[in-house]
Design a protein around this ligand. Sequence first.
Ligand SMILES: Nc1ncnc2c1ncn2[C@@H]1O[C@H](COP(=O)(O)OP(=O)(O)OP(=O)(O)O)[C@@H](O)[C@H]1O
Ligand SMILES: [Mg+2]
Length: 220
Amino acid sequence: MHVLALVTQKGGSGKSTLATGLAVAAMGEGKRVALIEADPQGTISKWKERRTNPYPHVECLADPDEIERLIARLEAEGIWLTIIDTAATNNALAMRAIVETDFCLIPARPTPADIEAAIPTLIAIRRLGRRFAFVLNQTPPRGCRVSEAGASLNSLGCLALPYIGQRNDHQDALGLGLGVTEFAPAGKASEEIRSLWGWVSQQLTAGLSDHEQIVLKAVS
Ligand SMILES: Nc1ncnc2c1ncn2[C@@H]1O[C@H](COP(=O)(O)OP(=O)(O)OP(=O)(O)O)[C@@H](O)[C@H]1O
Ligand SMILES: [Mg+2]
């Protein structure tokens, strides 16, 4: 089983939106997917209540000491991908989620304040020796701000592709208990999420790159 976590202490960056979007995109490829909600705010469980499709499976987690057992259970149940949505804080639960994950995605909006606010999370991920990538989310349709933000995130580590644009489909899908690829399958937002899922699934299934092996060796 692969484990992916959406993490950043910056609130409102798109962790829950991308968690649901990616989960449903992976389901669209026939994968068995579970979501772990490690955020008392409850965005994922409220999304699940609005949903008529019983999948993906959603588990709520409050106790950091339970995460290992929960992941083992999901794996035993035949889940192929577990996505953990964390809270906007570097609390014990978020740290344990990072430890238990194969890959961390750090969503950031393309503003200097948002990128700055993600740095404590990046430091924690590096200290724990986990693989990660930033994903630029809620990017405006045009302007040099996005390429500047992309360049600065690239300089801090890996940057996932494509960027995810600011599009109402994400908000409407979340409000209806749908993944964006269910809400508007032919829309641009769906296309971007499917491509992002393609990028992420490659990272999950591929071995470590030479660069990552060197970085992980250096921090361990
Ligand atoms: N690409 C996008 N386009 C448009 N709206 C978006 C996009 N991504 C997220 N949003 C909206 O931005 C708001 C915050 O997103 P979300 O709740 O996913 O962030 P979060 O990081 O999980 O927040 P928190 O830290 O509070 O848990 C939501 O209203 C969501 O619908
Ligand atoms: Mg959230």
